[in-house]
Design a protein around this ligand. Structure first.
Ligand code: IPE
Ligand code: IPE
Ligand code: MG
Length: 239
């Protein structure tokens, strides 16, 4: 059975989890960050190479100011508290998104953590922060145009493979499996380019309730799917 090499997760449902318990939304986010720890460790132990977590979207900047501030504080706390554990477990932390928009202190903490875990090679934990798929593609196009001005692009042509190198995910494989919790069935501007052939898995479970067992269930379903990449089933089964 093949294990997904790259799993991506839209961690959704923290607010509803809190509302069901008459708690403030931030309490849902706090519990959600505990789930992050559990799922990171589960993926690491299974041997998943890349785990991308959608932690904060570009659109999330439009949430109430106090919720955004609480999420930023939680992110900073997570990075500082989990550094040692990441290093101990050989996890490298990287990020994608327009991170320059993060508050200065959070960005600095992110950069420090990326640097401190740089040489770890058991798993890549990739946080999507201030991330939007369309924004990522347009930033890549603008980077290409800049190079064009420098005369680096030959014959005004760029291939799919070359273009991918300008995306935030440069060097990472595309996600094999994308999980979204909380019953929503939409992409919400996540990994638009990279998910061309990703298998989607939707679950009603709210993110704070999502556990190692739920993850295993998602992986098992993934393993039962036939990825045809446009071909026929017969083509895949020639011996
Ligand atoms: C996901 O939970 C966390 C972030 C988007 C930061 P939500 O906060 O979106 O939870 P719901 O969708 O309101 O339940
Ligand atoms: C997507 O969740 C973003 C993250 C999980 C970080 P949202 O809760 O923001 O998505 P929509 O707006 O309901 O689609
Ligand atoms: Mg939501």
């Amino acid at each position: 059975m093949t294990l997904p090499r790259h799993i991506a997760v839209i961690m959704d449902g923290n607010g509803r989890w809190a509302r069901e318990r008459n708690l403030p939304r931030i309490e849902g986010h706090r519990r959600g960050s505990e789930t992050v720890d559990e799922i990171v460790m589960a993926c690491r132990d299974l041997g998943v190479g890349f785990l991308t977590l959608y932690a904060f979207s570009l659109e999330n900047w439009n949430r109430p100011k106090d919720e955004v501030a609480a999420l930023m504080a939680l992110l900073k706390e997570f990075l500082i508290f989990k550094r040692e554990k990441m290093i101990k477990n050989q996890i490298r932390l990287v990020s994608i998104g327009d991170v320059e928009r993060l508050p200065k202190d959070v960005l600095q903490t992110l950069r420090d953590t990326e640097q401190m875990t740089e040489s770890q090679d058991k798993m890549v934990l990739n946080l999507a922060l201030s991330y939007g798929g369309r924004d990522e593609i347009v930033r890549a196009i603008n980077a290409v145009l800049k190079e064009k001005g420098n005369g680096l692009l030959k014959d005004n042509f760029i291939s799919i493979k070359e273009f991918s190198k300008y995306l935030d995910t440069s060097g990472m494989p595309d996600p094999d499996l994308l999980i979204r919790t909380s019953g929503e069935r939409r992409v919400s501007n996540f990994l638009l380019w990279q998910s061309a052939y990703t298998e989607y898995y939707f679950t009603e479970t709210l993110w704070p309730d999502f556990s190692r067992n739920h993850l295993l269930q998602a992986i098992r379903e993934f393993q039962g799917r036939e990825r045809r990449f446009g071909m026929t089933s017969e083509q895949l089964h020639v011996v």
